[in-house]
Design a protein around this ligand. Structure first.
Ligand code: ADP
Length: 358
């Protein structure tokens, strides 16, 4: 009863042509909900002739579907203007990777860009945001995966997944492949327990990266992000030829984050002097720490209202008092800087030694 005839489902172009049989066509041979999802993905990946591109033909359809639905981000939705500070990094990224993605014909020969971009620095400083913004600016498809999930969730399948990931990316060019925690994929530690399968995955990844951009019009950029650049070995550094330090936000960038988040919700009423105080007191905070601080401070008026017995279900938004400096000062007790000064020293050392802009 589950049989579905091998014809294209819901496709365009009158689509009743049977494509069963050999040749790797994407004929519908599946029936359950999951199989329908797989079928839809295969149809999206098929070329104008209805066939899967060569490099996808021998890959498991289920894996291709997982990449399309779990790793491909259909709406990264981050703009340069959403990212506070980091002006220099933005400028370099535009020249080093966005233009080459947009105009591969110009960036050839001695202008050919490096294959990989490494963003390193403390956690919560906007590395993922930059990855998404690059994809947005270059109109590229964004694939995002954390390397630790490659070694845990996809255990044993990592090598196949890597091959499929680069295969799908090549069908969806221009493409940005963002690998968070890339150190755990390309770690220099050769622990005795290193699984044969994760070693194979690492090799496969390096091979795919090597192949990336070799085709004349190949427009795939690999971005690795890491909080532990020291763990990358020489081979990995070589592949990641552009290495940008993404530091903690400057005082101006911290102020921008506070102002922007509050203004978005129409809650910004702090004076310049109060903002200056917040800037000084958030020295050492990452962008994500500052974001958490604003969230915590914004709860101040609500908590106060509840403490004074006001029924929170009945009160209108305008009846809450504005968010004050005191709310921030109470929040500063709850939300601390997550990066220590000694950790910062390590990033700065590594930047001096291996960074592209040091
Ligand atoms: P990373 O990848 O460096 O660990 P993310 O890019 O995931 O950090 O940032 C985490 C969150 O912190 C973001 O979603 C954003 O809310 C906030 N954030 C961090 N850095 C910035 C920044 N430079 N500008 C604006 N928001 C930031």
């Amino acid at each position: 009863g589950n049989f579905v005839p091998p014809v294209k489902m819901g496709g365009t172009g009158g689509g009743s042509a049977a494509r069963g049989g050999g040749g790797g066509g994407v004929a519908a041979m599946h029936s359950s909900g999951e199989d329908n999802a797989i079928q839809r993905c295969l149809e999206q990946l098929a070329g104008p002739d209805g066939e899967l591109p060569d490099r996808l033909r021998n890959l498991e359809p289920k894996l291709l579907e997982q990449i399309m639905n779990e790793i491909m981000d259909h709406n990264p939705n981050v703009k340069w203007d959403d990212i506070a500070g980091l002006e220099h990094a933005k400028k370099c990224v535009t020249e080093m990777v966005i233009w080459p993605l947009q105009r591969p014909d110009i960036f050839q020969g001695c202008r050919s860009p490096g294959k990989g971009l490494l963003l390193f620095g403390p956690p919560g400083t906007g590395k993922t945001m930059i990855g998404k913004a690059i994809a947005g600016e270059a109109n590229a498809t964004f694939f995002s995966i954390s390397a630790s999930s490659l070694t845990s969730k996809w255990i044993g399948e990592g090598e196949k997944l890597v091959r499929a990931l680069f295969g799908v990316a090549s069908c969806k060019q221009p493409a940005v492949i963002f690998i968070d925690e890339i150190d755990s994929l390309l770690s220099q530690r050769k622990s005795d327990g290193e699984h044969e399968s994760s070693r194979r995955m690492k090799t496969q990844f390096l091979v795919e990266m090597e192949g990336c951009g070799n085709g004349k019009d190949e427009r795939i950029l690999v971005i690795g992000a890491t909080n532990r650049p020291q763990e990358l070995d020489e081979a990995a550094r070589r592949r990641m030829s552009k290495r940008l330090y993404i530091p903690l936000p400057s005082p101006g960038a911290r102020a921008w984050i506070v102002r922007n988040l509050l203004q978005k919700d129409g809650l910004f009423t702090l004076s310049e002097t109060e903002m200056d105080t917040i800037c000084i007191q958030t020295e050492g905070y990452s962008g994500s720490d500052v974001t958490n601080l604003v969230k915590e401070a914004s709860m101040g008026p609500l908590r106060e209202a509840m403490m004074s017995g006001i029924d929170i279900t009945k009160i209108t938004k305008d009846e809450f008092r504005p968010i004050s400096l005191q709310d921030f000062q109470r929040a500063l007790q709850q939300v601390r800087a997550s990066v220590s000064a000694s950790e910062l020293g390590l990033y700065e050392d590594w930047n001096r030694q291996f960074g592209s802009l040091a």
